[in-house]
Write a protein of this length. Sequence first.
Length: 53
Amino acid sequence: MCPEHEAERCRQGVALFDFSFMSVVRASGAGSAALISDYVQRDLSNMSVGGIR
């Protein structure tokens, strides 16, 4: 099935997406937020401790 047909079926029906490939990163200590910010594009400066994005 081509991607266009697959996307159309998702819009008109039901879709299940597997996000098991996603990872969890834990960092602590001085400079940990700056270190993680070097690897992601999202702004993490206003994220609370224990928060997720």
